[in-house]
Design a protein around this ligand. Structure first.
Ligand code: GLV
Ligand code: MN
Ligand code: MN
Length: 417
């Protein structure tokens, strides 16, 4: 190691960048909205590239739409250390989810140069394309592609207006055929991947601990359930002989919640949408769709929950004469963080006197896909009131600078190992 174990970032510089980035937003929507493929996102990506260049990184956008900034190391051909995250948001989201990891990587590169430190390995900072699930129900587009996980049937997915994901790529100036083949990282030697991110939950704040070292990232299974009942007059059909698809869906919503409430370790279950195709207030609903997801770091709980939900929803719907169809999609497996990256990040925090704790991630991240390419680790910092994916999302700048110090310490240690 070069006698430096971490770098002190400039809090005011990072705060100003966060403010500037959050100015790229869709002001027709409440909160901080910069969704993938939209104009604010396109404009913000120009800004990100300029920030990277100003920080001394060589910048290009790969065919998958990832913004890649590279700081050359002293050993040509040595495997690269990669860090990064994303700058898209959910609808009406916050200012910190993803942005902190991209800006933390840029600040680390800038501080290395300001201190005249050259890493042996290249340092690559990536702003991955479209991490948040979009109108096609698929997130982590850029990192998924790097890991070779984006398929042509993914590109054929259509949104509610019949537009395909592939068409969205084209409209954004990306060639979908080239994008799908942009798995350069699979043929590139990588020394390790580490991502700084806000926790997006309450644990660190509640315990008063400034840093979490991620142990594992939850697997995600998504379910679309279709309920088919029978349309009848809502004023005349007696309550006992109805085949009400909405009532079957309501029971299913509660069944999904019960599963989450009874998870023995980290496990959550959420229904996000229920749609009825019945517009009239005087007709018993005959066709209802429901969107749910389950997440856990316990793969056996996920598979058990899939089975139990199918049985329970089917049985309660059948009891009221409603047919059910299930369409499960698997978003990502449970992914463990590499033991040695956890140890390196923990040592980097300890060395600068920062208390830390091991923590599972219920949110998903680009790190899930990077874990298929190299050893992966994540560093979490507190979220105020545990709020995230909402306009109130907030992390103190002091916590962000602590996180960047641990990130840079981890990168320096990885460089030396
Ligand atoms: C992304 O933030 C997710 O966890 O779905
Ligand atoms: Mn995120
Ligand atoms: Mn998110």
């Amino acid at each position: 190691m070069l006698g430096v174990s971490s770098l002190t970032p400039s809090g005011s510089r990072v705060a100003a960048e966060l403010e500037a980035l959050s100015g790229f937003r869709d002001d027709a929507i409440a909160g901080w909205t910069r969704e993938v493929f939209t104009d604010p996102y396109r404009e913000s990506r120009e800004w990100v590239q300029n920030e990277m260049r100003a920080a001394g990184l060589e910048v290009h956008v790969d065919a998958a739409g990832n913004i890649i900034g590279r700081l050359a190391g002293t050993a040509p051909g040595a495997p690269a250390i990669i860090t990064g995250s994303h700058t898209d948001t959910v609808t009406a989201g916050g200012r910190f989810d993803g942005a902190v990891g991209v800006l933390g990587g840029i600040e680390t590169a800038r501080r290395l140069q300001e201190e005249g430190i050259r890493l042996t390995h290249d340092l690559i900072v990536i702003d991955f394309l479209g991490e948040e699930p979009n109108e096609f129900g698929l997130g982590c587009l850029g990192s998924r592609t790097l890991a070779g996980h984006l398929t042509s049937s993914d590109l054929d997915r259509v949104n509610g207006y019949g537009v395909s994901l592939g068409e969205r790529y084209s409209g954004f100036g990306l060639d979908p055929g080239a994008a799908i083949a942009a798995d350069w990282a699979r043929n590139t030697a990588i020394h390790g991947y580490v991502e700084l991110h806000i926790e997006q939950g309450p644990t660190l704040e509640q315990r008063g601990i400034p840093v979490g070292i991620v142990t594992a990232i939850a697997g995600i299974e998504r379910l679309v359930t279709t309920f088919r009942g029978r349309a009848d007059h809502a004023g005349t059909r007696d309550m006992d002989s109805r085949q009400d698809a909405m009532v079957a869906a309501a029971q299913a919503v509660l069944a999904v919640r019960r599963e989450g409430c009874s998870a023995p370790v980290h496990g959550v279950a959420t229904t996000t949408q229920v749609h009825s195709l019945t517009d009239s207030p005087n007709v018993i609903p005959s066709l209802v769709t429901m969107h749910s997801e389950i997440r856990s770091i316990d793969a056996s709980w996920l598979s058990g929950t899939r089975r139990r939900l199918a049985e329970e929803i089917q049985a309660s719907a059948q009891a009221s004469g409603v047919d059910v169809e299930f369409d499960w999609t698997h978003d990502n497996d449970v992914v463990e963080a590499a033991r040695d990256v956890q140890d390196i990040a923990g040592a980097a925090a300890t060395e600068i006197g920062v208390p830390w704790m091991p923590i599972p991630s219920g949110a998903t991240h680009d790190a899930v896909h990077m874990a298929h390419l190299t050893r992966m680790g994540m560093i979490f910092i507190p979220s105020r009131d545990g709020r995230s994916h909402c306009p109130e999302e907030w992390t103190q700048i002091e916590d962000i600078t602590t996180g960047i110090r641990v990130l840079s310490g981890t990168i320096l240690r990885m460089d030396a190992d």
